[in-house]
Design a protein around this ligand. Structure first.
Ligand code: UDP
Ligand code: MG
Length: 162
């Protein structure tokens, strides 16, 4: 069983996705989860948390020199966030595609930010921007035992079985 779990975990990549306080307060949790789920990605962890400001600063440490850093960290810690880990082939890069450009004014229609947000400071969702940040962010937000290894019923229909 352990071998199966390791094989499963090694096969597909994982990314960290968070619905920010604006997305939660606007009632967009199910809308956002649905877009990842319908695509064929697999939810392997989810929880609702109010991050401390210190935690928000850790999450956004790469941006600590930017003028919007303080406001951004205040905002992320201002209310509940839905923290998730999604798994699937190409999920890091394609997750960013589903999310759309950082500035919703530049996000394409059909993307989450393009369809559901208007300004950069309230762009409702976070997604890891590469394999290294995905690994670091999953580790920051989740304990290993909070990540669930399982075979989804639809996997063979999403990926094929030969
Ligand atoms: N942000 C902002 N003003 C800016 C650029 C970014 O408020 O001029 C915020 C925005 O919420 C963004 C977050 O900072 O989602 C992180 O910025 P990043 O460049 O990492 O964008 P993302 O990876 O979220 O698309
Ligand atoms: Mg980023």
């Amino acid at each position: 069983l352990l071998q199966d779990q390791e094989a499963c975990a090694a096969e597909f990549e994982r990314t960290f996705i968070a619905i920010k306080p604006d997305g939660v307060q606007r009632g967009l949790i199910s809308e956002i989860v649905a877009r990842f789920e319908r695509k064929g990605f697999k939810l392997v962890a989810i929880k609702v948390v109010i991050p401390s400001k210190d935690f928000a600063q850790k999450h956004y440490h790469d941006l600590s020199e930017r003028p919007f850093f303080n406001g951004l960290c205040d905002f992320l810690s201002s209310g509940p966030v839905v923290a998730m880990v999604w798994e699937g082939e190409g999920v890091i890069k394609y997750g960013r595609k589903l999310i759309g450009a950082t500035d919703p004014q530049k996000s394409e229609p059909g993307t989450i930010r393009g369809d559901l947000a208007v300004v950069v400071g309230r762009n409702i969702i976070h997604g890891s921007d590469g394999p290294e940040t995905a690994k670091d962010e999953i580790k920051l937000w989740f304990k290993p035992e909070e990540l669930v290894n399982y075979t989804h019923n639809a996997e063979k229909w999403i990926y094929g079985d030969n």
